[in-house]
Design a protein around this ligand. Structure first.
Ligand code: NIG
Ligand code: ZN
Length: 417
């Protein structure tokens, strides 16, 4: 593999520094190099600094590397999306119309649509079909500068289909340039055939699904939708504690539609992250800050459901480490655009442009345990790099709703541009 040298970047945002969740003022530290250079070899970052520094050290190697002129361009780490439901079958555009006509997200779900509709379509799809449909979405992520993606099961809600989703993601992680980090989410909903027998479904999940998923090594995390009408905090705790015993790290869809003690539960079980949090209580936020739970906020979902966004500004001020994500899924957020999510984090949650970038890189990497490899540009880390068609990070957040990606390198290989 020919080494690549990106040089003369107007602004090289490295995010070098603490390799852990950034909080408060730490969320504004970008470690910018003006007229920057990054040299990538064997999939990793070999050197990074000002162009004159790298010229002095490696100038004589110019003839044996691919040189990319990044004059006038912003260069950043590849974006990380720490919360998606990317591996699903089918589509739900009719529900979009229904919601515009006045139905709510939960009404549609309780009437057999929503997650249940995608569960039917995912059960019908073969593993190959799931791989093909998900490949298109991962290609779109890459085109938007996203090089690492978390993906959840949870549209099977039976052992066979949950395993099919996770195996499809395993294949994609091996075949697609994107790093796809898997989460088991048998706790996404109680399947319709278990209506009125919720505890029996949880027994199945705890006694059959979780052990099988752990035995096959198909997931790193275990997530649950703790919400009124889905799983109670007590049921959610049982599911998450059962996963912990098998080595699966807890995550929680918490306080999305109603304030339900999800943030508090995240702190109690030691979740790596809590997701959504639109209705999280002040006490829940305080407990999350104390326990070091990362808030994974999803402003595109709030917009799409026409809800007020989570209180991102207040969370940062309260000392919570904030990450952001698309929540890519067929119902509440059918998008793969992390740049749009960064824009929305600024507009609807009052993050600064710098905080939005940290939330989409280092803090997002921490929310899926990938910070040793991705989330910043530092010697020895994976060479996941984006060159943008803007000259500084403020411009990236200011010119909103547009894809400014110029080129993307994944593990040192150019995959876009
Ligand atoms: N809220 C629960 N789960 C997903 C939506 C799933 C769906 O509607 O298909 C979410 O994170 O938004
Ligand atoms: Zn979700």
């Amino acid at each position: 593999m020919t080494p690549v040298w990106i040089k003369n970047a107007a602004q090289l945002v490295t995010l070098a520094g603490e390799n852990g969740p950034r909080r408060k003022e730490g969320m504004s530290e970008l470690s910018i190099i003006e007229d920057g250079s990054v040299l990538m070899e064997n999939g990793e970052i070999l050197a990074i600094g000002s162009t004159s520094q790298l010229e002095a050290l490696y100038g004589e190697r110019s003839h044996e590397v691919d040189v990319i002129d990044a004059s006038g361009r912003l260069v950043t780490p590849g974006l990380v999306d720490p919360h998606t439901h990317v591996a699903y079958g089918g589509s739900r555009e009719r529900e979009f119309e229904m919601r515009l006509e006045g139905s709510t997200y939960m009404e549609i779900m309780n009437a057999g649509g929503g997650i249940h509709a995608t569960t039917r379509m995912t059960r019908e799809a073969t593993e190959d079909e799931l791989v093909a449909q998900t490949t298109r979405r991962l290609d779109s992520f890459l085109a938007h500068g996203v090089t690492t993606v978390e993906g959840k099961s949870g549209y099977g809600l039976d052992l066979e289909t949950e395993l099919k989703q996770l195996r499809a993601m395993k294949r994609l992680n091996e075949s697609h340039p994107i790093d796809l980090v898997p989460t088991f989410m048998g706790g996404h909903a109680v399947p319709q055939e278990y209506k009125g027998r919720e505890e029996q479904y949880i027994d199945l999940l705890v006694n059959d699904m979780l052990p099988k998923v752990a035995e096959e090594g198909l997931a790193v995390f275990n997530d649950v939708f703790c919400e009124v009408g889905v799983f109670t905090p007590e049921q959610s705790e049982r599911i998450l504690e059962a996963g912990k015993k098998l080595g699966l790290i807890p995550k929680i869809h918490a306080d999305e539609i109603e304030s339900y003690g999800g943030a508090e539960l995240a702190a109690k079980v030691g979740a790596i992250s809590a997701e959504h949090l639109l209705k999280a209580s002040d006490e829940g936020m305080r407990l999350m800050a104390e326990a070091g739970v990362i808030a994974c906020l999803l402003p595109a979902t709030a917009l799409y459901l026409r809800e007020d966004a989570a209180k991102g500004r207040a969370m940062i001020d309260a000392g919570v480490a904030v990450a952001i994500s698309t929540d890519c899924n067929p119902g509440s957020s059918p998008t793969t655009s992390m740049p749009l999510v960064m824009n929305l984090a600024c507009i609807s949650m009052r993050l600064t442009p710098a905080e939005a970038l940290v939330a989409a890189t280092m803090n997002a990497a921490c929310a899926i345990g990938m910070e040793a490899k991705v989330g910043s540009l530092e010697v020895g880390k994976q060479a996941d790099v984006v060159m943008w068609k803007v000259s500084n990070y403020q411009e990236l957040q200011y010119l909103f709703g547009v894809n400014h990606v110029g080129s993307v390198w994944k593990k040192g290989v150019q995959v876009v541009g």
